[in-house]
Structures are given as C-alpha cells and as structure tokens.
Design a protein. Structure first.
Lengths: 204, 408
C-alpha cells in the first residue's frame, strides 16, 4: 500500500495507517533534520513537530499530493524557519559560486579507501564527521537541496517545488554544495597528509 | 558541447538525468577536455563520499519517545468517534468476545433495564397498595413462619431491657453514633421473606421492663441482671430485630408488609416515606398489656419449656393469618364462580356474580374488567331472552341460555 492510500486511511481515523507512515518516513526525516540543524535535541523537537503538523493538516491533505513531498516540505519549512531564527550561521552563502580548484587531483587519489587499515578507518570516520560539519555549514539554500536529494532521495523537480525555485536553480545550488563539500574534504585530506608526513618523519 | 555547457549539465550528468543524446555529447567533451574531466571526477568523488557519509547512519532510528508522543497525539486527534465508526463491528465476535462492561455499554441495555425496573416497581406497588388483602396474605404467613423458626435466645434488648451500661457500650461500639437516627437502618434477615424487614434500632420503642412477662425473661433477669443483659447484646442484633419485625407483622398484619420499612422510632421524627405509624408501644405501661399481647421474646422455636408468654402470643398471630385467609377467600370464590359462569355462557349467573363482585369490592383494580364482563353477560342474556320471545329458533340455539338459567 502506497503512502497516499495510507494517508487516506488515516484521514478516516486509521491510526495503524498513520503509524505505518511514521515508520516509513521517520528515519529519513530524522537524519534530514539532524544534519540540517546539527543539534540532536533540536532535531528531535523538529521531528515531533513535523508529525504534529502532519496530524493537524491531515484533514486538508488532498490525495493528489505526494505524501513524502508534503512531509519533507513540512520538515524543510521547519528547518528553514529554525535556521533563520538562529543567531549563529556557520558559513556565508556561497551562492556566488566556488573557486575552481586548479590543483585538483584524481578523486581516488584524494579519498582514502575504506577498510585499508586502522588509519584509513580513522580517516573514514573523520571524513564522515567532516562531511557532517561541512553540510551543517552549507548555506541554507544549498543545504536543503543537498539533504533533500541525498537523504530524502527527492527528485530535483520535487525539490524545486518544495523550495519554491526553478529546477535549474536547484541544480545549481546542488553543484555549489558539492563544491563546498569538496573543499572541506580537500582540507581534511591535506591535514591527514601532513599528519602522515609527520608520523613518517618521526619513524625515520 | 562547450565547457560552460558541461558545467551547467554537470549535476544532470552525475545524477544520470541527461537525455541519452546529451549524455553522449557530454562524455565526448569530457574525454577530450582535461579540465572538464577533472572537474567531473572531482565533484563525482565528492558526491560519492558525501552520499556515503550522510547515508551511513540512515538506518539509525530516531529517539523512540518521538514516535510514542506522535502516535499519542494522533490518537487524541482522531478521537473515539471516528475510530468507532471506522472499526468494523462483527456481531458474532462482539457476542462471543465482549466483556460484561461491553454488554453494559450497548445502547439498548440501560433503557431496557430502566423499563424493566419501572415495570417491576409498578407491579410491586400495585400489588401492595391496590391489593392490600394480598399483602396481608403474604405478611401473615411470613410472620408465622418467622415465629416458628425463631431463635429462642433471650435478648434483653428485644425485651426492652435497656440498662444504661449496655446502652452506653452499644453506642461506643457503633462509633458513638446516636442509635436513634432519623431513618433507621434496614436489616434483612436471611431467613425472612423480602417483605419482612425491621429497623435496626427497634429496641428504642420496645416496652419498658415492667411489660415483659414469661418465666424465661424473669429468670434471665433474676440470675444475672447485668451480665445476662450484656452478653447477648454483644452478639449481632438480628434476633432482636427479627423479634420486633415479627411483632409488627403479627400485630398489624394488614400494614406490616408496607410499613415495616418506615416504622418511625418513638424518639425520632417519622420518615417522609412513612405512613402514620401504628402504635407499636403503648402510651403508658399500664395500658400496654391490654393494648397488645406481650413481647414475643421468650422463644417460640424452642420446644421446651414452652413459655406462657409465647403461647399467648402465638394464638392471635395464627388467628390473624387465618382471618386474612378467610377474608380473601370470598373474593376469590366469587371471582372464580363469575369467571366459570361467564366461560360457560351462563349469562344470568355471570352477570349476577360480577355485579356482586363490583358491589363488594368497588375499589378493586379488576372492577373495570368485571364491569365489562357484567355488561357483556347482560347483553348476551338480553339477546337470548329476545330470541326466546321472538320467532321460533332451533333448540340448539337456546341450549346455552336455558342451561344457564336452569343451573341458576
């Protein structure tokens, strides 16, 4: 049974259908919110608020609307409201475009392979942590596009509808987000390379 | 395809959303352009790494408390009515699995109980109020049977022996509550028919000690005045109450069943439900023996030695009951005779019997029925007499009236 059928059942009072919808979407919403606000407690509050708004707006939901898009749009609106209210913003907007990395190297040379030993595993965890930090530091417009696409697996057309922008604009924001993340990864790689050189010098 | 076009279509290429023709052109350009190839490889690698990172924890569930709170909110929002309307009700399942409380919650149960209760109250009230003779019939045997099964213990309270020590201790045992309450508690004896109740505080209106007669009572008082009085009083009071109720029923057999509930205490105001009470205790000790038989306490059920006081009391009780039976029988006999005559189409006899019933019992609830039958009998009689006087009729047509008149 698809989301829309479950939602129709819930509109008639079927709590089981609602529980199934929650089970289907709570994980993606949770990780979207976590990575968006980068605060566990705030993400928890926002997750609850998403479903409470869903409950409140359920009578007005039309079967023509896709439930996941509707739900993720609620989450995105909550996040943007929260972000706009936040005093601290991690990074300035990069909507102007990133700088071309003239010294770019082949990708596989830059990203350590997973499972290539303890050091690689540490770097892997560091990469994940760096990605988290970098995502949280993305400008709002880029962050929401990146997370809606990569965490919620929404097509660009739906993202465009959710954020109220054109599809090319959304794709541009996605490219800027990737460039920003790439920069963060390069910085991490440089740090890891210098640390490795230091260890090599100490051993020799 | 130019390098700018490659930059514009980079995301579409990475997400494989380019049309096939553009995809081919894209790959052809990247293959011949190092800068574009590096850019594509770089961003593609970043995308892969970032995707792996953000999706690595996607299976981790959110805090469980969120789901609990959300489901609770949804349950509250849905409310019981839509859920009840949505849930399919299978009558068979409900009948087999429903609990007693589910049964009570069904919409027709309470109105049904209310209707049955109203009918029961009406029937009871009708039998007691409109047919006091039936109540007499019930009350008199009840009193007699109670006398026959009575315990023979000499209960000082029942004999009116209220010594001050016992009274104060009883009050203490009852938590200091004054015994004489405006509306006495009702105590039901397990051996007693439902109509026979007695106020628990009936000893309040028992006659004074001087009224008591009988060797047992005197012996009890003589041997241990205070101990003998106190010891039985520590036991539960039913014997005393039963004795009181029996006396009420015996003295006023026509009112006992309806008024026992509300016998007011001498020291208290009458209940609002009570009809004017019959004088249970004489106004003065001197008038008491003449006004009613002595107290029934000395043990009617104990075979020997049979106290004289009990024997004296038994006789009027039985007499009263038999009198009640005798009073009842003419009505029944007459009624049965009338019904038999009516059924046998002995119109003259039936009309006369019903007329007599109406005359003797004008307040009976069946008067309307009797009148109707009387009229029917008279009508039938008149028509049969007309038939006799008129043109000749067949013998069979006249058979019934003729038979009726001959029997009459």
């Amino acid at each position: 049974m698809n989301d829309e059928a479950l939602m129709a059942l819930y509109q008639k009072g079927d709590l089981g259908a609602f529980a199934e919808l929650v089970a289907r979407h709570e994980k993606r919403l949770w990780h979207f919110l976590q990575r968006f606000v980068h605060e566990q407690a705030t993400a928890e509050d926002l997750l609850q608020e998403v479903f409470l708004r869903m409950i409140k707006s359920a009578p007005e939901w039309q079967p023509t609307a896709k439930v996941s898009t509707w739900l993720y749009t609620i989450a995105r609106n909550l996040c943007t409201d929260h972000a706009r209210r936040a005093v601290f913003r991690a990074a300035a907007s990069l909507d102007g475009g990133g700088q071309e990395d003239s010294g770019a190297r082949p990708l596989m040379d830059r990203i350590p392979a997973e499972g290539a030993g303890a050091e690689s595993a540490v770097i892997g965890r560091e990469i994940a942590a760096r990605i988290d930090t970098a995502v949280a530091a993305l400008p709002l417009e880029q962050r929401e596009v990146f997370l809606m696409r990569e965490v919620m697996d929404m097509p660009f057309a739906e993202i465009a509808a959710a954020v109220g922008a054109s599809e090319p604009t959304v794709k541009s924001r996605m490219r800027y987000a990737l460039e920003r993340l790439r920069t963060a990864l390069e910085e991490l790689r440089d740090t890891a390379a210098s640390a490795g050189a230091e260890r090599a010098g100490q051993t020799s | 395809m130019t390098c700018d076009e490659i930059k514009e279509r980079l995301i579409d290429f990475l997400y494989r959303e380019l049309p096939a023709q553009e995809h081919t052109a894209f790959e052809a350009h990247v293959a011949g352009c190092d800068a574009c190839r590096r850019e594509v490889e770089s961003l593609g690698g970043t995308l892969t790494t970032a995707r792996t990172a953000v999706r690595s924890t996607l299976d981790d569930p959110p805090p469980a408390g969120v789901r609990v709170a959300v489901l609770e909110a949804a349950r509250a929002a849905v409310g019981p009515a839509p859920m009840a309307a949505r849930m399919p009700v299978k009558p068979a399942a409900v009948a087999t699995k429903g609990s007693f409380w589910d049964f009570l919650r069904r919409p027709w149960v309470l109105p049904s109980f209310a209707a049955v209760s109203m009918i029961a109250v009406f029937v009871f009230a009708r039998s007691v109020i409109l047919h006091p003779e039936e109540a007499r019939q019930i009350a008199a045997p009840a009193a007699e049977s109670e006398v026959a099964t009575k315990d023979n213990e000499a209960v000082p309270e029942a004999k009116g022996e209220r010594d001050p020590e016992l009274s104060s201790r009883l009050e203490k045992e009852r938590g200091g509550v004054k015994v004489a309450s405006p509306r006495p508690a009702i105590v039901v004896s397990p051996r007693r028919p439902p109509a026979a109740f007695a106020p628990s505080d009936s000893y309040e209106r028992l006659p004074p000690r001087e009224m008591q007669t009988g060797p047992a009572a005197n012996a009890g008082r003589a041997s241990a005045p205070h101990k003998a009085a106190a010891k039985p009083a520590e036991e539960p009071p039913p014997p005393e109450r039963k004795g009181e109720a029996r006396r009420v029923a015996a003295e006023k057999p026509d009112k006992a069943s309806t008024r026992e509930f509300d016998q007011p205490l001498e020291k208290t105001a009458p209940s609002r439900y009570a009809t004017p009470p019959p004088p249970l205790a004489p106004a003065s000790p001197a008038a008491a023996p003449a006004a009613r038989p002595p107290a029934p306490e000395p043990a009617m059920a104990k075979p020997a030695p049979a106290p004289q006081g009990a024997a004296d009391e038994e006789a009027p009780r039985q007499t009263t009951a038999k009198r009640a039976m005798r009073e009842q029988s003419p009505l029944e006999e007459l009624s049965q005779r009338a019904e038999r005559a009516f059924a046998a189409q002995r119109w003259a006899e039936a009309a006369a019997a019903f007329r007599e019933l109406i005359r003797l019992h004008p307040d009976n609830a069946l008067v309307a029925s009797w009148k109707g039958r009387q009229r029917a009998s008279e009508t039938a009689l008149a028509s049969s007499q007309k038939a006799k006087a008129g043109p000749p009729v067949r013998a069979s047509d006249r058979a019934a009236p003729a038979e009726a008149s001959s029997k009459k």
